[in-house]
Design a protein around this ligand. Structure first.
Ligand code: TYM
Length: 382
């Protein structure tokens, strides 16, 4: 969805204030209804706060994934990362959610590192070497999430391409230029690598002959729309997807965090002082003075600290309710709310950095030596 004075949401750009219900209509996805959530929780044997709060708010064919689970056919998970720089907190959220799904359903997880895509995106100005360095750094961040080493395969496109190229070509032959131009907004100036690239992001949905479920923010959905139009004709399943909203940037409720705007985000290696400084400067829903705040209360709907706690950092619903009531009534001040978030984010980042060190030896397991990795390197996808 692009332009018309309204918000822009494409895989490369998210701008403006997003009306998620409208996005569901425009993208042609389905809302995550209460009934669906209840059924999913029963199958998972556990409730997940990001589903409960509709951080993951939309889907494609999640009902069919549940039928596959009930019919014991199972499903597999696929997600990814474009290694364009340090990962920020928004980027890692789909990975934590994917890990939860893997734990609950013992599912295989495929993680694509799209070094090709980020090199081809000229506006980023990254050299081939830059993208390789970020690939390694980002893989470490992803490994620190703690996926099952024998049920998880992480692969970098430029390395794995030899195994998948025949299947990439079969997809590419089914998708013409006017189609990708309409879906992604390509122009005559777009380089030919970018025009071909969508075939590479679609391939992992065909890694197994059963249904794929993709957890990601909704910006990645345009690829799945094309995949769903061609998959069955190629003898594969239409992919299912579960979409999240965007963690709002520190600067306020519009758009998404971006590594190219350092003040809008917190990266996974941000130091203590900088976390504190950035959160203190974050957009607040509070009143200009303490007296006014005590009188009129704050607005949690636009308050970044509140939004971040609700999105990821405070899983306990009871605590969130108390925070919301306190903030609306004015008994909880913006500064106090920010302190709560600073504490949570600092702890999260410090633990993440420590885990990154611990998993260095596991990287080869995910890339080559684990059970799923070895199986993948022994196959040719035709
Ligand atoms: P990338 O690296 O832009 O984003 C990685 C993942 O993070 C999600 N995301 C966010 N989630 C919450 N809040 C935010 N502010 C936020 N910003 C980004 C993205 O939706 C994504 O899930 N082309 C892809 C790489 C890729 C991929 C995939 C992603 C290849 N195959 C399959 C998801 C699923 C990319 O550049 O993602």
């Amino acid at each position: 969805m692009r332009g018309d004075g309204g918000p822009t949401v494409t895989p490369w750009e998210v701008e403006g204030e997003i009306d998620y219900m409208r996005l569901i209509k425009e993208f042609g996805t389905e809302p995550l209804t209460d009934d669906l959530v209840r059924r999913f929780e029963l199958l998972a044997g556990e409730s997940n706060f990001m589903i409960r709060r509709r951080v993951f708010f939309s889907h494609r064919d999640l009902d069919k994934v549940m039928e596959d689970l009930e019919g014991k056919r199972g499903f597999f998970l696929y997600t990814g990362r474009g290694p364009s720089g340090p990962m920020h907190i928004g980027h890692i959220i789909p990975f934590y959610f994917t890990r939860w799904l893997q734990d609950r359903f013992k599912a295989n997880v495929y993680i694509e590192i799209t070094d090709d895509e980020k090199f081809l995106e000229e506006s980023r100005g990254l050299s081939y070497d830059d993208v390789q360095r970020w690939s390694y750094e980002n893989i470490l961040d992803i490994a620190a999430v703690g996926f099952d080493p024998d049920r998880t395969f992480i692969f970098k496109d430029t390395e794995f391409i030899g195994q998948i190229y025949p299947l990439v070509l079969k997809i590419a032959r089914k998708v013409n230029f006017s189609w990708v131009r309409a879906v992604f907004g390509f122009t005559p100036q777009t380089n030919i690598g970018m025009i071909f690239y969508p075939a590479i992001q679609m391939v992992p949905t065909m890694f197994e002959r059963r249904r794929c479920l993709i957890p990601a923010a909704i910006d990645q959905d345009p690829y799945w729309r094309i995949q769903r139009d061609i998959a069955e004709g190629m003898g594969y399943y239409k992919t299912a997807a579960i979409h999240s909203k965007f963690l709002v940037p520190l600067s306020g409720p519009a758009g998404k965090m971006s590594s190219s705007k350092p003040e809008s985000m917190i990266s996974l290696n941000e130091d203590r002082a900088s976390i504190r400084r950035k959160i203190w400067q974050a957009y607040s829903g509070g009143q200009p003075t303490v007296e006014l705040h005590r009188m009129y209360g704050g607005d949690p709907n636009v308050d970044v600290a509140f939004q971040w706690l609700n999105f990821f950092f405070e899983p306990d619903d009871k605590v969130m309710r108390e925070i919301e009531e306190g903030y609306r009534s004015g008994s909880l001040l913006s500064g106090e709310l920010k302190e709560m978030l600073i504490e949570k984010v600092t702890k999260f980042v410090e633990e993440h950095v420590a885990r990154r060190e611990e998993v260095k030896d596991l990287i080869n397991h995910y890339l080559r030596d684990g059970e799923l990795a070895r199986l993948m390197w022994s196959k040719k996808f035709e």
